[in-house]
Ligand binder design. Sequence first.
Ligand code: IMP
Length: 426
Amino acid sequence: MKHSEVIAVIGGQWGDEGKGKIVDYLATTADVVIRSQGGDNAGHTVINDHGKFGLHLVPAGIFNPRTLNIIGAGVALNPKTLMKEIAELTQRGVSFDNLVISPKSHLAFEYHRFIDSHQEAARGAKRIDTTKRGIGPTYMDKAERIGLHARMLLYPDRLLAELDDILASKRAKLGVDNEVLHADYYAEFVHEAAATLRPFIRDTEVLVEEHLHKGSRFVLEGAHGTLLDLDHGTYPMVTASNSTAGGLLVGAGMPPLALTKVIGIFKAYQTRVGAGGMPTELHDDLATTIRERGQEFGTTTGRPRRIGYFDGVAARYAHRLNGFTDIALTKVDTLADLGELKIATGYEDAAGAASQFQTEADLLANCHARYQTFPGWTTADLAGVTSYDALPESLKAYCAAITATMPGARLSFVGVGRSREQLIRL
Ligand code: IMP
C-alpha cells in the first residue's frame, strides 16, 4: 500500500478564516477533496483563474477536472442550494463529472429553515443568531432518527410519503402551520432534485478506501471554525456539527490514522458572527476600518462580523483540540497601515490572571484580554512580496508570536492578498 497524504484544513477561530483560499490552493494538486460536515451555513470565497466564486456546498476541488470531489456523510445537504450552485458553476464552464454525494448525507429542506427561524424567534434574548439555513434542525432530525438521507432522492415517491409523516408530527409539535410544513409543497421540487442529483449519489467510503490504497493526496475541507464546534465550541453559541479534526474524519468516513497533516487556518485578527463572548473585541474606529478593509461581512448572510485583535489564548485552545501540524495565517494585508497591533497572550478574570480559554458563556464574557504590542507594517511593505524572507521584520515578528502560541506547529502559509499568487508558502 502506498502512503497517502491526508490534509485536514480546519478553521482555528470562529469561522471565516479564509479556508477557501487555502483549500483552493491545496486542491490544485489534490486527488480527492472531501467536504464532510456542516451545510450551506458555511460559505467561502474562492478566487482563481476561473473567476470569483462563493461556494457553500460544492467542494473547492471542483475547479480541477482531475480531482474527485466528495460531499461526505456528515454534511447537511440542502438540495436546492446545491442545485443552484451546480447550475451557476456549470454555466461558467465548471465540470461536475467528478462530484460524488454520500447517500448518507442528510437532506435539509425549507421546513428546516422555517423551524430554525421559528426557534430563533422563540429564544428571544437567548437567540443564537444562527444563519437561519436550517442546519440545527437538520442535525436535530438526524439525532432524533427522523432525518432523510440523500439516498432517498433515489426514491422520490417514498421520500414524499415519509415527508408527509414527518411534517404532520412537526406541525403537531410546533403548534403552527405553514405551507412549508406540508409534503405537497415539495412534490415538484423533490422530483426535480431527484432527477438532477441522482447521478452523483454513490457510496463514498469505497472510493476513499481505494484512494487511500493508491497513495492519493486528500484534502478534508473543514467548514466553520473550532470555536463553533458543537462539543468543544462556545456552547450554546455554536453550530450543530463537529468542526474540529475528529468531526472531519467521521463525516468523511475515513480511518483516523490516515490523517497526516492538520492545517489550522487563522486570520491575522479575530472575527465572530452572532452572539457570545469575545475577549479581544474592538468597538472603536479600528474595528470599522478592519471590517471595511477586510470585507468582513458574511459570505452566507451578509451580516457584519464583529472584529477583534488576534486571540492567542483561543488559538492555544484550538491547537489543543486539533493538534495542528501547520498554520496558515491569512489577511495580514488587511492589518497594513494601522500602526501598532496587539495580540492577546493571556486573560484576566475576576480571580486575576487566567491562562485558559473558557467555552462557558458567562466565564468567557468575564475574561479580559492581556496584550502584547507589535509594530505594524504598510501596504507598500507587502507589494510584490512572494517570499517569507522578503516580508517586513515587524510582520515576521507578529507571525512568530502567533505561531508561538501553538507549540509544535509550523507556519506554512501567509496570505498577503486575495489572489492565489498572494499566498506565501514557507
Ligand atoms: P448555524 O450554524 O446557522 O446554526 O449558526 C450557529 C452559530 O454559528 C451562529 O453564531 C452563526 O453565526 C455561526 N456560524 C455558522 N456558520 C458559520 C460560518 O461559516 N462562519 C461564521 N459563523 C458561522
